[in-house]
Write a new protein. Sequence first.
Length: 239
Amino acid sequence: MSITVGLGLKIVTDSDRDVPLLGSRQEAFMRVWSTTNVKDTWLKLLFSQTPFICLQTLPEGSKGGKQPGLKIHPLGESALNDVPVADADSNGWPQSARNRAVAMLKDAGALHVAGDQHLGYLAQYAVDEHGDGTFVFCTPAIANTWPRRWMPRGKEITGHHVDGFGNKVTVHAVANPHQYLQKPEALHDRAPGWGYIICNPATRTVTIEAWPRFAPPNADDSMQYEGWPVILEKMGINN
């Protein structure tokens, strides 16, 4: 079986078993790292360039190698005809290698921290069923000019979804592009910013924050992107 993805790439899914994602040395390291718990360590974090899902939508029928220009909607409005697409700029494929990585992250009880996708979001991976994997925080880009969004037609932004590669994912928060009424619009309307990860070993909680670039220092939490902060409870090893 093969699928033609939204950006004009043809992905062959029945012959990906030997296609590497992390590479043999990194996979070998992760197998050991995911099952080795150092005394007094309660949480592991894995940092990589790109998440192991493709949280991205485009207008239905988009194709070709060029990303289409996307209308930026006012706050509270969404695209009407967007569908999830499979973009190999993410690490949502190759499926076999991607699934191994996600399973090892679950074994590790780790939080995955990544970027590169021009879209800030917090999501939960799935190994077999929605909600059975660990979390991934894709941080907002500090200076974002690339048009990217997650606005699946007929569905809520958050909740259980399936990405363009067929990966199950539970979306908890997204910093989508909108008209944020900040100048210059070409920068701020594409939702640039930064993230914080606040780990509390006493309560075994992790607080995830996503701030717009225009937020001043020491701003109130109400200035964070919609849906943040998110508090993850009972995180870490042996949970």
